[in-house]
Write a protein that binds this ligand. Structure first.
Ligand code: PAN
Ligand code: ZN
Length: 195
């Protein structure tokens, strides 16, 4: 291998991205986790939620935010890990959101696992895309997005989005998604929500 001359101005970046696992490493990487008690309202069967351990892990996110949140022209990067599991028939999933600056897009790609990406526009039209290792997903602006883990192992999804996009969780908290990702007779089904 050709060695890098120490006097050259080639620098190493201080962020590592594991291409196999999606893991981000480095001092600037932020981590957050969502347990059942943090996201309990997203699930249909609230009675079942009450019977489960509130500490059940639902998902974790690692983010690299190299510029200030809200700055125009920058990009953010992240890896989301959704645990396998269900509340009643409904698969574990992320809260989901529109971007606060509505017309901002995002890329998702599936690193590991199996799942469904739910996309919902402002008229509540739904598109469900299959997440499987290597799948790439372009999420247009003004479209809410949520991922559900329909497999038996961790679902790992990478993301890249504009640093001025922000997150609007309130609209989804109030209206919800118009469909759920559920298991029915051993099959994965996109079901209209009644409530
Ligand atoms: C992702 C999501 C991440 C967690 O990085 O923020 O998957 O989902 P919630 O934000 O819905 O809890 C993204 O879409 N950023 O814009
Ligand atoms: Zn987003």
């Amino acid at each position: 291998m050709i060695e890098v001359n120490e006097m050259s101005n080639i620098i190493k970046t201080h962020i590592e991205y594991n291409l196999k696992t999606g893991k981000l490493k480095g001092e600037e990487i932020q981590k957050s986790s969502r347990r059942l008690e943090d996201v309990k309202h997203i699930f249909l069967n609230q009675k079942m939620v009450e019977d489960m351990d509130p500490n059940t892990k639902i998902y974790e996110v690692e983010t690299y935010l190299p510029v200030e949140e809200g700055k125009e022209g920058g990009l953010f990067f992240g890896t989301s890990y959704v645990y396998p599991g269900k509340v009643d028939h409904e698969f574990f999933m992320t809260k989901g959101h529109f971007h606060a600056k509505k017309d901002t897009a995002e890329y998702y790609w599936c690193i590991e696992g199996q799942g469904v990406l739910l996309l919902m526009d402002e008229e509540e039209n739904i598109e469900a895309q299959m997440l499987e290792k290597g799948s790439l997903h372009y999420i247009p602006g003004c479209v809410a997005h949520r991922i559900a883990n329909t497999g038996e192992n961790m679902l790992v999804v990478g993301a890249c989005w504009p640093s001025d996009a922000g997150h609007d969780y309130k609209t989804i908290e109030k209206k919800g998604f118009s469909v759920s990702v559920v298991e029915e007779d051993g099959e994965i089904v996109i079901r209209e929500r009644e409530s």
